[in-house]
Ligand binder design. Structure first.
Ligand code: HEM
Ligand code: SF4
Length: 554
């Protein structure tokens, strides 16, 4: 994982000192609001409705137990005792005191964490599959490439003031678990016919006010050219991206205006100047990035014996069996498994985690998973390297701490932004909507029968909750000062990425559980055997759902 070297330590230390002085000048009135703005954004600090919000970077979602314990301490000391896992695998503090932010940054420094580039118009945290490195279906571990991108992009002078923020995601599996097609740049790691490693490059995806699915502009960029090619894309964007209108400044607008073909040509031309230049990756450099991700000390284990014992325990215990089926995944090493810790029990804001839970996860990571944990873009956490023989023990402990809800991938595993409860930009609340829907679907057997369904909620157009790519998407809208909710169907963030279609006029908060129920009823009535929700929606279109939802009560 990302480890500070002497340069990082020095630069990050200087940065905290510098920010402390900037904060003091701001609080003294020596710096105007407008002068302070870029300075605070460079350090992940937003100013919010009820309190500032601080976004802490978690490179590609990887953390160690020391960092978790520090987060617990920070949330307890400087916040309200909980924090929030975001869809960019980062961690957000929703209630810090402005004047204490330099102290928080200093505490983070002690555990090699920071808030660099978590806001502002720069390259943000590069995200990836939460099962990277342990997935049975991956071509290679994508994290070394995320790390190369991180090192290249952090403090890159040319890309510190882009027209708008910029997000990159990397996937190394057939099934896209990193939503690469809704990123400014999505990288799919592939091998060509000659067996060489490289990247298929998607550009111009994104959600927000103008949702767009990214376009494939190059099917194969050889591994060594990763950074030079990215640099070419960023240069074209930096040069031609609009700066006159914030809402038209993202690369997706540029790619659409130019057409993906013309954009690709321009990148190709620019690349000719950069290709084979100083940013070309040497094998030594690639090996160095790989060296950050050495395998933990896996033991040779008897997979068959461990599995037999698991089956026996699961046979005796339905709750454990449910958890195994829903929250536990295969692992590339025999005798090991990857475990999802659900941060979505009913009644808790999706993605919220308390100081005590952070400490418990730190202990679990130490006891069961080589001291490491990952955050996921679905706002959960993962222990990636658990011995199968430890699963029962882990389950009991996770259950006692409240994160063994066996709902991963189901309708109640909702992605949800903070909405009107914390966010000054919200049109409507989102957390209570998530909770009401979770209550409506509390019966686990019913939930399992429904299978995989992505339900995503955002409190406004900015789409922090990824509502456009939820199979069911819910968007908070404001109508004459009142909160309403618009529903979309058919969104998908995976391989066949698509944007949901609005089914019609919006609903009140009270309507929402029954609206979702009616949509689900149509699915249950119309599905063919084994057909997942999204396939039924794609096959039928939105009409039958719309009809049911808007039918007059007779
Ligand atoms: C309360 C604090 C928050 C504020 C003020 C905020 C603000 C914003 C704004 C203004 C945008 C729109 C950018 C644009 O596309 O032009 C945005 C996008 C986004 N936010 Fe938030 N957000 C907040 C919390 C969150 C949380 C909690 C999450 C994760 C659950 C999140 C994840 C995202 C993501 C993934 C996008 C990108 C959508 C895209 O692809 O363009 N944000 N946020
Ligand atoms: S979608 Fe809107 S309401 Fe939700 S966090 Fe983002 S900016 Fe705030």
């Amino acid at each position: 994982m990302y480890i500070y070297d002497e340069y990082d330590r020095r630069i990050q230390g200087q940065r905290v000192t510098q920010f402390r002085a900037q904060m003091e000048r701001y609080l003294d009135g020596q710096l105007e609001e407008a002068e302070f703005l870029p300075l605070r954004l460079q350090n992940g600090l937003y100013v919010q409705r009820l309190a500032p919000m601080l976004r802490i970077c978690v490179p590609y979602g990887l953390m160690n137990s020391r960092q978790l314990r520090k987060m617990a301490h920070i949330t307890r000391t400087y916040d309200k005792g909980y924090c929030h896992i975001s869809t960019r695998q980062n961690i957000q503090l929703n209630w810090p005191q402005l004047e204490e932010v330099p102290d928080i940054l200093e505490e983070l420094l002690e555990v090699e964490m920071h808030c660099n580039q978590t806001s502002g118009n720069c390259i943000r945290n590069t995200t990836t599959d939460q099962f990277a490195g342990v997935a049975t279906d991956e071509l290679v571990d994508p994290r070394p490439y995320c790390e190369l991108i991180r090192q290249w992009s952090t403090f890159h002078p040319e890309f510190a003031f882009l027209p708008r923020k910029f997000k990159i995601a990397v996937s190394a599996t057939q099934e896209d678990r990193a939503a690469i097609r809704v990123h400014d740049i999505g990288l799919q790691i592939v091998r060509n016919d000659a067996g060489d490693l490289g990247f298929s490059v998607f550009v111009g995806g994104g959600l927000g006010r103008t949702p767009v699915i990214g376009s494939l502009i190059n099917e194969f960029v050889p591994e060594q050219h990763l950074l030079t090619y990215l640099e070419a894309i960023l240069r074209i964007y930096n040069q031609f991206g609009r700066r006159d209108n914030k809402f038209k400044a993202r690369i997706k607008i540029l790619v659409r205006a130019m057409t993906p073909e013309v954009f690709a040509e321009k990148v190709e031309q620019e690349w000719q100047h950069l290709r084979d230049g100083s940013a070309t990756l040497t094998q030594a450099e690639i090996d160095r990035a790989h060296s950050y991700f050495t395998e933990p000390a896996y033991e040779p284990l008897d997979d068959a014996a461990a599995q037999a014992e698991l089956d026996r325990l699961a046979g005796d215990n339905k709750a454990f069996s449910n958890w195994l089926k829903r929250n536990v995944r295969d692992h590339k090493k025999p005798g090991y498994a990857a475990v999802n810790l659900s941060l979505k029990p009913t009644g808790i804001a999706p993605g919220d985690i308390t100081d005590r839970q952070l400490e418990i996860i730190a202990d679990l990571a130490d006891d069961f998973s080589f001291g490491e944990v990952r955050t996921t873009h679905e706002q959960n956490m993962v222990l990636a390297d658990v011995r199968k023989s430890d699963l029962f023990d882990l389950w009991q402990k996770a259950k006692a701490a409240g994160f063994a809800t066996p709902n991963i991938g189901t309708l109640t595993d909702i992605i949800c932004c903070p909405g009107g409860d914390f966010c000054s930009l919200a049109n409507a609340k989102s957390i209570p909507i998530a909770e009401a829907i979770q209550r409506q679907f509390e019966d686990l057997d019913y939930l399992y029968d429904l299978g995989d369904i992505d339900l995503n909620i955002s409190g406004c157009m900015n789409a922090c909750g990824h509502h456009h790519v939820g199979h069911i998407g819910i968007l908070g809208v404001d109508k004459k000062g009142e909160e309403f909710y618009q529903v979309t169907l058919g969104g998908n963030s995976s391989n066949d990425a698509s944007l949901g279609k609005v089914i019609g006029p919006s609903f009140t908060a009270e309507d929402m559980p029954s609206v979702v129920q009616k949509i689900i009823d149509v699915y249950v009535e119309q599905r063919t055997e084994e057909e997942p929700f999204i396939d039924t929606v794609n096959r039928l279109g939105i009409a039958p759902f719309k009809e049911r939802v808007y039918a007059k009560a007779s």
